[in-house]
Write a protein that binds this ligand. Structure first.
Ligand code: SF4
Length: 331
C-alpha cells in the first residue's frame, strides 16, 4: 500500500505561498487525486489544476503545461527530480510503500541463504523503495554480507531508473552480486545486461527472493526475434518523444541518416504519448524507439511492428555483435 501524507503536501503549498497549483500524479495513485486536490484547496486556500494526462516518470514533468495554466507551483508525486531546469517551481512529493513489519528482515534472511558469508553485494532500488534501502543494507550486513550502495549520475544514492543504471555500474567492480529491492522484472533485467554479475531480486511486497536467470534468456530470445524482423525492414519509423526528459532528437536524426545510408527509408515520428494506434495506416516495416526504453523492452508486444532500441539497430546492421548485447539507457 502506498503511504501519502496529506498534511505534508498542504505544508509544501503553504511554504511556497502558491495560490495556483498544478498537481501531477502517477497512474497508480489517481484514486487519491481528488482527496489531494480537496486538501490543498481547503487547507492551503489555493486553486488546483489536476493534470490528468498519464505520467510514468519524472522524465515526464508537466512544467510547461503548469506554466500555461498559470500555476506558480507544480507538485509532482511519486518520482524524484530528473530535470535540472523547470519552467515552474516544482516540488517532488515522494510516495512510499507501507511494508509489513519484518518484511525486509525476511528478505535479508532469504538472501543470506543464497550467498556465502563475506560475499560483497551491491544493493539498489527504485524511488518507491528508496526510503527502505538503508535499513535493508543494515539487515544484510547483520547477516555477514559486505554491502555496497552506489551513487549514480542524476539519481539518488542506490536508485536506478529504467533508463539509468549508473548507480549499480559505479559499484560493479567491487561486488560479486547485485540485489534489487523492488517488484517487477524490468529493472532487474536491465541490471543483468548492464553489469556482468548475478542479479537477485528481493520483492518486499511478495516476500520472494530469486536469481534472474531464465527470464534473461527469454528476454534475449524476444529481442533477437525483433532484431531478425527488423533486418528484413525497408521502411523504418523512428520514435521520438516530445516529453522533456525523454527527448533524444539528436540521436533520432543520427539514426535516420544511418538507415538512409543503407539505402532504406526512415521517418521521424514524434509524439508525447507513443502508442501503436497512432501509427495506423502508415506503411512501415519496423520501429526504432529513442523514447523511454520501456517502449522497446516492455511494451513491444502492443505494437504491430517489431520495435528495436538504438543499440539494437546497430546489431540489425551488423555494426555490433549480438554477444555485446546491452539494454538501452540514457546514462
Ligand atoms: S524514460 Fe522511462 S525509464 Fe526513464 S525515467 Fe522516464 S519512464 Fe522511467
Amino acid at each position: 500500500m502506498l503511504k501519502l501524507d496529506l498534511d505534508k503536501v498542504v505544508k509544501a503549498v503553504l511554504n511556497k505561498k502558491a495560490k495556483i497549483v498544478a498537481v501531477q500524479i502517477p497512474e497508480g495513485l489517481k484514486q487519491h487525486a481528488l482527496d489531494i486536490v480537496e486538501a490543498i484547496e481547503t487547507k492551503a486556500n489555493a486553486r488546483v489544476f489536476l493534470l490528468i494526462d498519464p505520467c510514468y516518470g519524472a522524465c515526464d514533468l508537466a512544467d510547461g503545461e503548469a506554466k500555461r495554466l498559470g500555476a506558480e507551483l507544480l507538485l509532482h508525486f511519486g518520482h524524484s527530480p530528473f530535470l535540472k531546469k523547470t519552467e515552474v517551481e516544482t516540488v517532488y512529493i515522494p510516495l512510499k510503500y507501507e511494508l509489513k513489519k519484518g518484511s525486509l528482515a525476511i528478505l535479508a534472511e532469504k538472501i543470506s541463504k543464497n550467498l556465502e558469508k563475506g560475499t560483497s553485494i551491491g544493493v539498489c532500488t527504485t524511488v518507491q523503495y528508496l526510503g527502505f534501502l538503508e535499513e535493508f543494507k543494515k539487515l544484510l550486513e547483520k547477516k555477514g554480507l559486505k554491502v555496497f550502495v552506489g551513487q549514480g549520475k542524476g539519481t539518488e544514492k542506490g536508485q536506478i531508473l529504467g533508463c539509468n543504471y549508473s548507480s549499480v555500474k559505479s559499484i560493479e567492480a567491487a561486488v560479486d552480486s547485485i540485489v534489487f529491492l523492488g517488484d517487477g522484472l524490468f529493472h532487474p533485467l536491465g541490471i543483468s545486461f548492464c553489469c556482468n554479475k548475478p542479479v537477485f531480486t528481493a520483492n518486499p511486497l511478495g516476500g520472494e527472493v530469486r536469481e534472474i536467470k531464465g527470464e534473461r534468456d527469454l528476454f534475449l530470445r524476444k529481442r533477437f526475434a525483433a532484431i531478425a524482423l527488423a533486418q528484413q525492414a525497408e521502411r523504418f519509423g523512428i520514435l521520438v518523444s516530445t516529453k522533456k526528459g525523454q527527448s533524444r532528437k539528436g540521436l533520432a536524426i543520427e539514426l535516420k541518416k544511418k538507415i538512409e545510408a543503407k539505402g532504406k527509408k526512415a521517418f521521424l515520428l514524434a509524439g508525447n504519448l507513443i502508442k501503436s494506434d497512432y501509427l495506423l495506416g502508415m506503411k512501415l516495416d519496423a520501429l526504432v524507439s529513442t523514447a523511454c526504453p520501456r517502449i522497446a523492452f516492455d511494451d513491444a508486444s502492443s505494437f504491430k511492428h517489431p520495435v528495436v532500441s538504438p543499440s539494437e539497430l546497430l546489431i540489425v546492421f551488423g555494426e555490433k555483435k549480438i554477444d555485446d548485447y546491452n539494454v538501452d539507457k540514457f546514462s
